[in-house]
Design a protein around this ligand. Structure first.
Ligand code: GUN
Ligand code: ZN
Length: 432
């Protein structure tokens, strides 16, 4: 079945440039599996005559844009959002680990999984790379929920066999057996993908990381996700536990955990050798600005990531992060990039353009997840995951967006003033 949507249309071309049609048309068609894919996207005046018989939903005053992609989020941390602590390690110990231990309870797990998917969709997020807990059934619960909704979701069971409390810590051999069973059960089913998920180097033994690396080699199209170089105390700890590795990041490379489809959250404290390692191994960073500001972790170095480039996309990192909203995350990324470092090595801030910020949360995030051509841009062939945005969702937004006289001004107003109120509808290409 073919369908068409008429409204203003934001999309990204193959070079990552934003393209905007004031009066646009998005035409979609179902493939053999029942997934709606983009057939054509462009100016209404050009496309409408080519599709005279396709029913059109007309949404005057609205903007259609690619569904947002969250490259790093923790569904079991829904209930620890906004828990203040003196940095990452006390935050994990006092709030996060106890909250995650509760996922031994299937009823709690199912309730949170459903609430989490509601929040993603309410905020316009149509693809997410998600941590679960160490409990295998936490993965089953989330995948079952996402499958019901036709959501594109990548997730995995946390691997953490040391320095973790009873009830959360897993057992080395069993954790790897469970991971392989979950890969076989879920990876590639409908729109679901599995991610091998060592929490971070300090909570995994050498043997667990080695086993994770072996699975990563055996299943090359499965994702890998973890954390790296987020906080100075965490880095000292990791380096003390793995003294033979050149850097914290290199621990993962030394265990076979850097390759295409590997995604590391934070990546703040990098040197150029780390950046080169990211690029050469086709590994991507998930940049988590609200989390880094909330936990006082530091500032992702956007300028260096451009100078010594490696793939990166934006992420909420809920519950270290403070919001599911891509608008809040893009706004925080702008602030972080603007922040000049002072002190002994002063460095000027840079201004990320609104088009770039938006790309980093859609088409650029798709690239980081190795999903280019699948989602994120609304180019023909993409799965038709998109959002319907109301640029007049609040009085101030209406006033500001009405006065915008360029695409950059319009997008910047949405980034600076927007939140879930802007997202009028989230359309998923495989809605059931
Ligand atoms: N490092 C290890 N675990 C976590 C986590 O849950 N959140 C964040 N932000 N960093 C981590
Ligand atoms: Zn995280």
């Amino acid at each position: 079945m073919q369908q068409a949507w008429r409204a203003s249309l934001l999309r990204f071309d193959a070079d990552g440039q934003a393209v905007f049609d004031e009066d646009g048309l998005l035409v979609t068609a179902a493939d053999d599996q029942g997934v709606q894919r983009v057939l054509a996207a462009g100016a209404h005046g050009t496309l409408a005559p080519q599709y005279p018989d396709v029913p059109v939903t007309h949404l005057p005053g609205r903007i259609l844009a690619p569904g947002f992609i969250d490259t790093h989020v923790h569904y079991p941390q829904l209930d620890v959002i906004g828990s203040p602590a003196e940095g990452l390690l006390p935050w994990l110990q006092h709030y996060t680990f106890p909250a995650e231990a509760q996922f031994a309870d299937p009823a709690h797990t199912a309730e949170v999984a459903s609430f989490f998917c509601d929040e993603l969709q309410r905020h316009g997020v149509t693809t997410a790379l998600t941590f679960c807990t160490t409990h295998p059934q936490s993965v089953d619960a989330l995948f079952s929920e996402a499958q019901k909704r036709g959501l594109r979701l990548i997730a995995g069971k946390c691997l953490q066999d040391r320095h973790s409390p009873d009830g959360l810590r897993d057992e080395t051999e069993q954790s790897l057996v469970d991971t392989e069973a979950l890969i076989n059960q879920w990876h590639g089913v409908d729109r679901l993908g599995y991610a091998i998920t060592p929490r971070f180097a300090p909570t995994s033994s050498h043997a667990q990381l080695r086993g994770a690396g072996e699975l990563a080699a055996k299943y090359p199209d499965v994702w890998i996700q973890s954390h790296v170089a987020e906080n100075v105390d965490e880095i000292d700890w990791a380096r003390a536990l793995f003294p033979d590795s050149r850097s914290y990041l290199a621990i993962y490379a030394d265990h076979g955990l850097m390759r295409r489809r590997a995604v590391y959250a934070h990546c703040i404290y990098f040197d150029d050798a780390d950046r080169t390692l990211m690029r050469d191994t086709h590994t991507a960073a998930a940049v988590c600005p609200t989390s880094n500001l909330f936990l006082g972790s530091g500032f992702f170095d956007f300028a260096s990531a451009k100078r010594a480039p490696f793939a990166h996309g934006l992420a909420s990192d809920v519950g270290g992060g403070t919001s599911f909203s891509p608008f809040v995350t893009m706004r925080a990324a702008y602030f972080v990039a603007r922040a000049a470092t002072t002190g002994l090595e002063p460095k000027p801030g840079i201004s990320l353009s609104p088009e770039r910020l938006w790309w980093l949360h859609t088409a650029g995030a798709a690239q980081a997840l190795d999903l280019e051509g699948v989602v994120g841009s609304l180019q023909p062939g993409n799965e038709a995951d998109f959002v319907v945005l109301n640029p007049e969702a609040t009085p101030l937004l209406a006033r500001r967006t009405r006065a915008a006289d360029s695409l950059a001004e319009l997008l910047f107003a949405l980034i600076v003033l927007g939140d879930d109120r802007v997202v009028e509808r989230t359309v998923v290409s495989q809605a059931k």
